[in-house]
Write a protein that binds this ligand. Structure first.
Ligand code: ADP
Length: 322
């Protein structure tokens, strides 16, 4: 293996930088040239590719976002465009590609590998933790901690003003972030797409708290869900039931910021392991972590299945409510 390339694609996640660094430093240590592709597949299809050296990744391990930039590239869904991308890699004698991103990016990676025969290894880079085949994804731990930091501040105001706050965290299809954040911030309730939400049970619980003399302050963590505006709809329903909640949408702050120690270590190990797999001749796999062990998972398997939120987590989060 003489040369490989690395790109970041889709939604950025804190830890993409240490992952890039892991790939670059591991490859160079084995005498393999490394190319960085700017702006994900958008850069790949126009050959926006540059040779990296050890210094290219100096001072990025602690930075959020991605040094290589990220993008969404509709054109890459076209097989002809993917064929051109493969030609660009071949012209530069690049014999392996590492793709860091979420399930959309990994779908593109699987198709490129299958159609072109160029070895591709994926890394799960998304704050949502919703990738089958890996217990953890690069950026999840940081996003949970960022949301917690914000909610701890909101809690001060909630307590001082005896107010109820609905705090919306990211998670369109899954309640991974909401559940962990809910447990860790001591939320009064967590609303997630996996469990049907009933306004009556929330109102009942709030009334119960008041009867017990626990005041009317509280934090309800809401996963954004598939349809925008869920948190405002819940707030309106609460108002119709005599409550006056405040809404706080955490939004993009959850995607940025310095990666936690956990994410830096995870990303560094995954980046270096991706190079090991390419050297060993693997392709169409993702580097995953299962029960603490870093391993290879076929991309086909990763993309065929949805990762469910473990029922134990859902049970734990409701167990801890008042
Ligand atoms: P994420 O990787 O975070 O899930 P997206 O779903 O937006 O983000 O996907 C990122 C990019 O991956 C897309 O803009 C596109 O370039 C590529 N991609 C997504 N789905 C496909 C697909 N079905 N075929 C080929 N490429 C895809």
């Amino acid at each position: 293996l003489k040369a490989i390339a690395v790109l970041t694609s889709g939604g950025d996640a804190p830890g993409m930088n240490p992952a890039i660094r892991g790939v670059v430093r591991a490859a160079l240590s084995h005498g393999i040239r490394v190319y960085g592709v700017n702006r994900g597949y958008s850069g790949l299809i126009i050959g926006d590719i540059w040779e990296m050296n050890s210094r290219s990744v100096t001072n990025i391990v602690q930075r959020g976002g991605t040094l290589l930039k990220s993008d969404r590239c509709e054109a890459f869904k076209d097989p002809t465009v993917r064929h051109q991308a493969a030609e660009i890699l071949r012209e530069r004698e690049i014999e392996g590609l590492v793709v860091i991103g979420g399930d959309g990016s990994l779908t593109g990676a699987a198709l490129l590998a299958e159609e072109s025969g160029i070895p591709v290894v994926g890394l799960p880079g998304t704050i949502d933790n919703d990738i089958h085949g890996s217990d953890d994804t690069i950026g999840f731990d940081t996003a949970v901690n960022t949301a917690l930091d914000a909610i701890d501040r909101i809690r001060d105001t909630a307590l001082s003003h005896e107010r109820l706050f609905l705090v919306e965290v990211m998670g369109r299809d899954s309640g991974f972030i909401a559940t962990q954040v809910g447990i860790a911030c001591g939320a009064e309730m967590v609303v997630i797409p996996e469990v049907e939400f009933k306004i009556q049970s929330l109102c009942f619980q709030l009334a119960n708290n008041r009867v017990k003399g626990e005041g009317s302050s509280g934090i309800i963590v809401v996963a954004e869900g598939p349809r925008p505006g869920l948190t405002y709809r819940i707030a309106q329903q609460l108002e119709e039931n005599g409550q006056s909640p405040k809404v706080c949408i955490l939004g993009h702050i959850q995607r940025g910021g310095s990666p936690t120690g956990h994410d830096r270590v995870l990303a560094s190990c995954m980046g270096a392991t991706a190079v090991d797999y390419l050297r060993a001749g693997y392709s169409s796999i993702m580097v995953g972590v299962q029960k603490g062990e870093v391993l290879d998972v076929p991309l086909k398997e990763v993309l065929e299945r949805k990762k469910p939120l473990a029922s134990e987590w859902i049970a734990m989060s409701s167990l801890l409510h008042k």
